[in-house]
Design a protein around this ligand. Sequence first.
Ligand code: 5RP
Length: 223
Amino acid sequence: MTQDELKALVGQAALQYVTPGEIVGVGTGSTVNKFIDALASIKGQIAGAVSSSEASTARLQSLGIPVFDAAAVGEIAVYIDGADEIDARGYMIKGGGAALTREKIVAAQSRRFVCIADESKLVKVLGAFPLPVEVIPMATARLARQFAALGATAQLRLKDGAPLVTDNGQNILDVRGLQITDPLGFESEVNQWPGVVTVGVFAHQKASVCLLGTLDGVRTLSY
Ligand code: 5RP
């Protein structure tokens, strides 16, 4: 099975966590795109979605799924999203698609976080994947120095040769060389650094369940 097929497998499997009649929280990325495609097959049974990015909103709407503003709805039953890395405790690195801030907001608004990922995303220690951090542009150089003091290297993410601008009008630093053994503490610490909008460690908003696509089928990890 290809990685793409594993993503489709978990995207389809996530439908069992969608509550009929309710609004579902929807993440961002290639795995979530498979989920959105699967969700379209049951769109008549749900009230709609709250989306974590302009890209997911466009895909949801193109498939006829109503998208609600997060600020206009209350608690969401379930949030479905991918991850760049997930560990045995359900702590994750996210933001490879630059949508981490809205992803964390919708995750925080949801009772349950169902992570969908292929098995390559399961790691022992978070940090091999460059950690995305959404930052206020004027703080990029100072924050890069602050990460350097931890022995890490922060690089401004570019798109078409210019700094990538997120859906929120900010930039992304990708931080290499970290071994995040205390995800809760690390997230709390970096969140306090002036100029940080969102750090891509999802420890306070960790997964409740992970549907892991493997060559033997979907493995369900509960936390
Ligand atoms: C986007 C994310 C994605 O969930 C993460 O990058 C995984 O993406 P993919 O499913 O394409 O591997 O955090 O900001």
